[in-house]
Design a protein around this ligand. Structure first.
Ligand code: COA
Length: 153
């Protein structure tokens, strides 16, 4: 059983560790800190005991939320951690009165696209050659936030 909490300064090292495990182009410590400290951002981190196993980063822009990052430790994937992080992030967005949640994802990222579709996101377009290293198109996805979604702050 894991526990998802809002990351604070003392969790920065664990978020950075997961970020580096999950992405080939990891955010810097400073970028992560800025989201932890931002009044518009929220970083959630999932712990199994003392061990960080997953995280996600959301940010509000006007009445829309954006999912910036979500990642599970490669050794812990396929165990439902991504699902729980998605539920928590959607609840947070609802608590922020977001109308919808946007995200971009590499077109080849089948696990992530499947996760997002499972949580109600729809493909609304592409950004050509949006990503570098390697160059790749982004799929843009959106999901409305409704009153049926749980709400947490
Ligand atoms: C995407 C990611 C977060 C999924 O995390 P996870 O903890 O393995 O996800 P879960 O075990 O909760 O699986 C949830 C759903 O994701 C999808 N999924 C997960 N792994 C998958 C795979 N290998 N192939 C296809 N779909 C997959 C499925 O829809 C799954 O639903 P199911 O359990 O009913 O089959 C994880 O693969 C990851 O960290 N990837 C690297 C970072 C990344 O690409 N992040 C997204 C871009 S920001």
């Amino acid at each position: 059983m894991t526990k998802i909490i809002k990351a604070r300064l003392e969790h920065l090292d664990d978020v950075l560790k997961l970020e580096r495990l999950c992405f080939s182009n990891p955010w810097t410590e400073g970028q992560l800190l800025s989201e932890i400290e931002s009044e518009y951002g929220c970083v959630f981190i999932d712990y199994n005991g003392e061990t960080p196993v997953g995280y996600c980063i959301y940010h509000m822009a006007g009445d829309q939320a954006e999912l910036y990052r979500i990642g599970t430790d490669p050794d812990k994937r396929g165990q439902g951690i991504g699902n729980e992080l998605m539920k928590t992030g959607i609840s947070w967005a609802n608590g922020q009165n977001a109308e919808s949640i946007f995200l971009e994802v590499r077109a080849s990222n089948v696990p992530a696209i499947s996760l997002y579709e499972k949580h109600g996101f729809e493909n609304i377009g592409m950004r050509k050659k949006y990503y570098t290293a390697p160059v790749e198109d982004a799929v843009i996805m959106v999901r409305k936030v409704t009153e049926d979604d749980n709400s947490c702050s």
